[in-house]
Design a protein around this ligand. Structure first.
Ligand SMILES: [Zn+2]
Ligand SMILES: [Zn+2]
Length: 140
């Protein structure tokens, strides 16, 4: 199990039990939207509100603990921040798959950014399409 307490503290956040539990849920499933995260967290903490879960997800996204993955026509999903990777996002079912592909030459990117005085903090690449499950359903 990942050390969620140190992830929070490394990013300047208090390791509250709500945040720890939200991270555990996301860590277990990879990518989840706010409603899905709430549905899992509330099983263990019945008194927690959707607003509290939402607020904590927002704070953790602003502090580099979580990353928001935008989806077309669906609620965005969140994942725990990790090394740059590519998302294969299915437009039919909204599934997200992580792929470790290096598509950007990071050194030339950083050179361009430093010429523009643009401070680099990370990158995301989201690829949209149809997953193998959904395309096989369409064929049959
Ligand atoms: Zn799909
Ligand atoms: Zn991912």
């Amino acid at each position: 199990m990942k050390n969620y307490m140190s992830i929070l503290k490394d990013n300047g956040l208090k390791a509250t039990f709500q945040r720890m539990h939200i991270l555990e849920v996301i860590g277990m499933y990879g990518h989840k939207d706010v409603d899905e995260i709430y549905a899992e967290v509330v099983k263990t903490h019945p008194s927690i509100s959707l607003a509290t879960v939402y607020k904590n997800i927002l704070i953790m996204s602003q502090n580099n603990v979580l990353v928001e993955v935008p989806l077309i026509g669906r609620k965005a999903k969140f994942e725990i921040k990790k090394d740059c990777h590519v998302h294969l996002i299915c437009k039919e079912c909204g599934s997200i798959e992580d792929e470790d592909i290096d598509l950007v030459d990071i050194n030339s990117l950083k050179e361009v950014l430093s010429n523009k005085n643009f401070l680099y903090s990370g990158q995301e690449l989201n690829v949209y399409g149809t997953c193998s499950n959904c395309s096989s359903i369409k064929v049959s």
